[in-house]
Design a protein around this ligand. Structure first.
Ligand code: NAD
Ligand code: MG
Length: 394
């Protein structure tokens, strides 16, 4: 029996994780669930899964949550609040696996704490890895933790890697990674119309049902940019050895090209329960609840090169990882602010790459050798992005 802590339980990945957990209650016991503000969803989850701990990061919501459970069957559950509580629950002794499914930089400290405590880290929260880079990978190595990718592409690549491959190792027989992308909702929209894109259009992804931030990232293809950086770190590859491929059917989730010319692909229906179940059962396998792939329904698979003119965010991600040092931290922080402002209808869709590029121009690619430096740069880049947005509106 393994104990699991789900950081970001109320989000899209959190909900899919609990669906898989409920299919394997003989193997997994939920120890802790966390949410930022959504106490109604968290309450329902706690009633079903009876965790020992629930964390509601927002203090006011945590008080409301305590009130809500007072006279219920989960009255005895430990309820904590504040962001430090996330680190507490992700390092509990009876937690074996931590699903890192908080969105954005807010997930860094608890994910890193789980790695340092030697837990199995099931990493969906790509921003945490992108912003902290080698520091995260080193923490995993030092503690002998297992890092299992949940992002569908990275999970696919991991599955296509040589047997006994460990995240972060150099895979000498691998020539290239082919990182697939759906291309998002604006793959074919005339470029000159992109400035009119609404929030509703941007979050309506053609193939995947996801949280709002990652949906916008998919529309700008910054999601693929973050994934490019994520792949460089997880698989110890150079950015030039990773080819982004637009594959609109989202059936192949990525490919690994070996020196002998063999190309291995992982396929499946686009449903995050597949990578989640893979990582939870690894190195075994178990049922994810996903329908078998009907290859006759797929019929055809298309592959095309992404245009960096249409998707400037992808170009910026290549530039950030090639510059190295703190630049991916800056890219990620500026993107989080730009996307948030877009979701709040304060900037246009096409302003997103402009805000990021102008923010990056204010920094030099200094070394990112300590966590303190990372957190400081993250903060400075957010302030810089806000300043740029303010100047744009004049
Ligand atoms: P979501 O918006 O649906 O859920 C986010 C979760 O994080 C919620 O539980 C929320 O309560 C919590 N959260 C938000 N802000 C927080 C804060 N400041 N402090 C603590 N908790 C906070 O997002 P999602 O789509 O589930 O994505 C989660 C992560 O997984 C992201 O990093 C995303 O890039 C990655 N991911 C998601 C998918 C997908 O299909 N949804 C696929 C691949 C990777
Ligand atoms: Mg992905």
């Amino acid at each position: 029996m393994k104990g699991i802590c789900i950081l970001g339980a109320t989000g899209s990945i959190g909900v899919s994780t609990l669906d898989v957990v409920s299919r394997h209650s003989e193997q997994y016991k939920v120890i802790a669930l966390t949410a930022n503000t959504n106490i109604n969803a968290l309450y329902e989850q706690c009633i079903v899964h009876k965790p020992e701990y629930a964390v509601v990061v927002n203090e006011d919501k945590a008080e409301l949550f305590k009130d809500k459970i007072k006279d219920s069957e989960i009255a005895g559950m430990n309820v904590m609040s504040g962001s430090k509580a996330l680190e507490f629950v992700s390092t509990l002794d009876n937690v074996d696996s931590v699903m890192a499914a908080i969105v954005g930089a807010a997930g860094l400290l608890p994910s890193l704490a789980a790695a340092k405590a030697g837990k199995d880290v099931l990493l969906a929260n790509k921003e945490a890895l992108v912003m902290s880079g080698d520091i995260f990978m080193q923490a995993v190595r030092d503690a002998g933790a297992k890092l299992l990718p949940i992002d569908s592409e990275h999970n696919a690549i991991f599955q296509c890697m040589p047997a006994a491959y460990t995240a972060g190792d150099e895979a000498k027989q691998v020539r290239r990674i082919l990182l697939t992308a759906s291309g998002g909702p604006f793959r074919e929209t005339p470029i000159e119309q992109l400035h009119n894109v609404t929030v509703e259009q941007a979050v309506a992804h053609p193939k995947w049902d996801m949280g709002r931030k990652i949906s916008v990232d998919s529309a700008t293809m910054m999601n693929k940019g973050l994934e490019l950086i994520e792949a460089c770190l997880l698989f110890n590859m150079l950015p030039d050895d990773i080819q982004v491929v637009i594959h609109k059917q989202s059936i192949i989730h990525s490919m690994v090209d070996y020196v002998d010319g063999s190309v291995l692909a992982q396929m499946g229906n686009p449903d995050m329960r597949i990578p989640i179940a893979h990582a939870m059962a690894w190195p075994e396998r178990f049922d994810s609840g996903v329908e078998p792939l009907n290859i006759f329904d797929v019929r055809q698979m298309d592959f095309e090169q992404p245009s960096l003119e249409r998707f400037p965010c992808l170009r910026l991600a290549y530039e950030a990882i090639k510059a190295g040092g703190i630049m991916p931290t800056v890219l990620n922080a500026a993107n989080e602010i730009a996307v948030d402002e877009f979701l709040n209808e304060r900037v246009k869709f096409t302003d997103i790459p402009v805000i990021i590029e102008n923010s990056m121009a204010k920094f030099s690619a200094d070394k990112a050798d300590t966590l303190e430096v990372i957190l400081q740069v993250d903060q400075q880049a957010r302030e810089q992005a806000y300043k740029i947005i303010k100047d744009m509106s004049h």
